[in-house]
Design a protein. Sequence first.
Length: 258
Amino acid sequence: MLAAPIATPFTSNNADALIKTQMVKAATDTSSATTYTSAEKAAIEDFQAQYASLSDSDNDLSVLYQTEPNFSATFAPGVLSPTVINKTVAWINYYRSLSGLPAISASTDSNDLAQISSAVMAYAESDPYKNQHNLQNTTKPINLPTLYWNRAILGTGESILYFGFPKTVGEPIRELMLDNTNISGMDAGHRAWFLSPFLSTVGVGIAKSQAGRYYESVLVNNSPDRNRTPSSEIVSYPNNGVFPVEELTAANGSTQIP
């Protein structure tokens, strides 16, 4: 399940856009009657190359941590692997590139807060079917230090939240972009955050609970970004021009996305 921070910095333009390619995940269909300009062909090849690179390397969750969380008497949130952080940000940047937006980066301070948020939710086994922003539906574990609890309240309020059983680093980001399993309805809030023209940095935190569920926080509500000049006046998804139509279809085949 998914949840996004309450405030969203802009509204994505979801008007119909020209979709002219299905080639990010599949080989080029040379039998297609569709023709492309040189610029469109270059864009297709770029999207294909990005997707292939993201899918083929460092995309599994086998080495999740640099330092594992401690959920025993002495709680510690752990430290996420830099490879996982960088791959998560790369997936976000892939989707931003589909809408012509500039790349973002990870912030060390935001990573730390996001990791605390995820680890506290994993430790507390937060209910994935209830809103967990500001930990409003989580009970504080008895031996969890108040400092970590308060930090997690802050972090979960500023983050996109994902709860599930992904097999790859990219799965949560794709589900957040599809935004059709949001506990608050089909409002596209997560996609709007990832495609914000104000966004410059994120924080990434992931922790696996004792039950095996992954709790992921992507901190997006950064105070400095609120005063930035937007990189684009209008953001479309699907974007005008070529666009991989597969990104509009969920893993279960559903095309019902907000």
